[in-house]
Design a binder for this molecule. Structure first.
Ligand SMILES: NC(=O)c1ccc[n+]([C@@H]2O[C@H](COP(=O)([O-])OP(=O)(O)OC[C@H]3O[C@@H](n4cnc5c(N)ncnc54)[C@H](O)[C@@H]3O)[C@@H](O)[C@H]2O)c1
Length: 102
């Protein structure tokens, strides 16, 4: 499918090792974007980056920390020279038993 092109666009995908993040990484890569894939799990995000292309960057980053968010932006802009897209994919969705609500 070729709905749009993202050639020369640079994207950061936090939580890239997860279900939505990895699917988004593959889609954006296929559309030509250059990617910085970030996750608290470096091993998983590194495997994903290698499976896509040697130019895809992997970074260990905890996006609940401002310092790690800043480091991801700095890494992307330094390495690729620009930054165009943030996939806002990391959030908190605790699963609490219904009986846990008061
Ligand atoms: N899957 C769904 O149906 C659904 C629906 C609505 C919202 N969401 C939200 O979308 C986001 C992604 O969902 P998913 O299904 O891909 O989840 P997932 O559990 O498959 O992946 C989440 C990824 O985020 C990483 N991660 C967790 N905390 C992090 C942090 N602080 N910094 C960086 N990386 C971190 C994990 O290591 C994991 O690789 C979540 O915020 C989820 O709550 C998902």
């Amino acid at each position: 499918m070729n709905l749009f092109r993202l050639d020369n666009k640079v994207a950061i995908i936090p939580g890239a090792a997860g279900a939505i993040g990895s699917a988004t990484a593959k889609l954006l890569f296929e559309q030509g974007a250059q990617l910085l894939l970030a996750d608290v799990s470096f091993e998983k995000v590194s495997d994903l980056a290698h499976s896509l292309d040697s130019k895809v960057l992997a970074l260990k980053a905890d996006f609940s920390l401002v310092s790690d968010c800043q480091a991801a932006v700095e890494t992307a802009t330094k390495h690729f020279g620009r930054l165009d897209i943030l996939i806002n994919n990391v959030g908190v969705c605790p699963r609490i038993p219904f009986s846990g609500f008061h």
